[in-house]
Design a protein around this ligand. Structure first.
Ligand code: FHN
Length: 441
């Protein structure tokens, strides 16, 4: 087999893989294929939407405002997203250059955004809207060739058998005590079965909330029965990728690893103290302002340039970028988000080739930017700095050519040895967002 940059890099990675405890889980061929697709896809839309959107103060409002459960149970009556248009959301994601959507099927308030038969705490039984938005979205995703993933909260502040309480939600008045945690997990598995048997092929399940019962490191106060739940999911849909936002190293049965508000290995957001980069496909998730759920007062919008840089860096660190919106309770995605996403789409339309289907070269992240690689091509993404000369690793391969990606104009190869090549960019117009140099080995 012809040794490419990528195969050399993967060899390094595989030796590392054995360290982590994935030993007895054997992903099905469909799952391996799904992982490949996932790593090629690179860019997805995260959607935090629920009855909490009515109050416009984020998805944690039940806990943050210590709203008595009885009062919170009035909220669904005010949730009537008559302007929800699944085609509009999916088209926006496509126009941005996103290949998949991950939507909250159930967040920590336990409210089901689909027509659940194991609970009436759901959008069909409790809201005047009475329609299954996940059904509408899954049909539209299928129609437009976008994969659909479900975010699903382990933590549930509403379900009476979620007992003993964990680290959060203790001051929510009216929560039942004395429940049976295994009955809660049976309920959760029953709802996951609904999600994996009524909405077509699901790309993956994005678990969150495991940390509510965390005691120390990877230990928890209760047994989350992860392997039982994971085996159930893989039995129902072998190609469904499981990820769990537990902020520790991957557990057996998981198929991808996410990093919240950080590039893999980073801990600027403080979530990843106990986390280590495993050998699974990676994903970084981030907000467009500072909120996941809709928040009327949060106008701390990240610029289009910063978000494109974040996506490119994530690709350089061999990770996907899952960018979040928190739609309003009327079903609309606010205009500020729409504009930024469309502007990102203008960039991916022109430069997507240097991101989609590539793999990162984590060790090669530099002050000025990152590298992505595909076959015998390497793309330098020069995101900042005034440097004109760049020293890049060549992994022992001869550098055949160097050009600017935008117009294929030649870039000078100054010198080269067994390990490094030096290239020089002269009187070139630095790109506002990302100056891309395409190297052919
Ligand atoms: O508590 C959640 C939060 O609401 C949001 O869903 C994020 C998304 O990554 N995860 C948790 C915080 O770590």
């Amino acid at each position: 087999m012809k040794k490419t940059i990528l195969s050399t890099f993967l060899l390094v990675l595989c030796t590392h893989a054995l360290v982590f405890s994935q030993s007895d889980y054997k992903p099905a061929p469909e799952n391996i294929e799904a992982r490949q697709w996932f790593q090629d896809a690179k860019f997805g839309l995260f959607i935090h939407w629920g009855v909490y959107s009515v109050l416009g103060d984020g998805e944690w409002i039940l806990n943050q405002r210590k709203i008595p459960l009885k009062s919170y149970e009035k909220l669904p009556e005010a949730f009537n997203p008559t302007q929800f248009d699944a085609a509009e959301w999916v088209s926006l994601a496509k126009a941005t250059g996103m290949k998949y959507i991950t939507i909250t099927s159930k967040h920590h308030d336990g409210f089901a955004m689909w027509d659940s038969k194991v609970s009436d705490w759901d959008i069909v039984d409790r809201t005047p809207y009475k329609k299954d938005v996940l059904k509408m979205l899954s049909a539209e995703c299928k129609k437009q060739g976008i994969k659909l993933f479900f975010y699903h909260s382990h933590l549930d502040w509403h379900q009476p058998d979620y007992y003993p309480f964990g680290a959060t939600g203790k001051e929510i008045a009216g929560r039942k005590t004395g429940g049976n945690f295994n009955k809660y997990l049976d309920y959760m598995d029953a709802q996951l079965t609904e999600l994996l048997t009524n909405y077509g092929d699901i790309g993956g399940i994005w678990f969150d909330g495991w940390w509510d019962q965390k005691s120390k490191g990877t230990a928890t106060n209760i047994d989350w029965r992860l392997s039982k739940t994971y085996s159930l999911i893989h039995k129902l849909q072998p190609g469904c990728m499981i990820g769990n936002n537990h902020h520790v190293e991957p557990f057996p049965g998981e198929d991808f690893q996410m990093f919240e508000k950080d590039l893999p290995g980073g801990n600027s957001a403080g979530f990843n103290a106990d986390s280590k980069i495993g050998a699974l496909p990676l994903e970084t998730c981030e907000t467009m302002n500072n909120s996941w759920g809709f928040n009327i007062t949060d106008n701390k919008y990240k610029s289009t340039k910063d978000l494109i840089h974040y996506m490119v860096k994530a690709a350089g660190y061999n990770a996907n970028f899952l960018l979040n919106v928190g739609p309003m309770s009327n079903g609309k995605i606010q205009p500020e988000f729409q504009q930024t996403l469309r502007e990102m789409g203008e960039w991916t339309k022109v430069n997507g080739e240097t991101i989609y289907g590539t793999r990162g070269v984590p060790g090669a992240a530099r002050e000025w930017g990152v590298m992505t690689t595909k076959g015998d091509k390497v793309y330098l993404h020069i995101l900042k700095g005034e440097d004109a000369t760049f020293i890049i690793p060549n992994y022992g391969k001869k550098l055949k050519s160097a050009v600017l990606f935008k117009d294929k104009s030649k870039v000078k190869i100054v010198t080269e040895d067994k390990e490094m090549a030096v290239i020089q960019l002269s009187n070139y117009n630095k790109e506002e967002i990302d100056t891309i140099v395409e190297l052919q080995f």
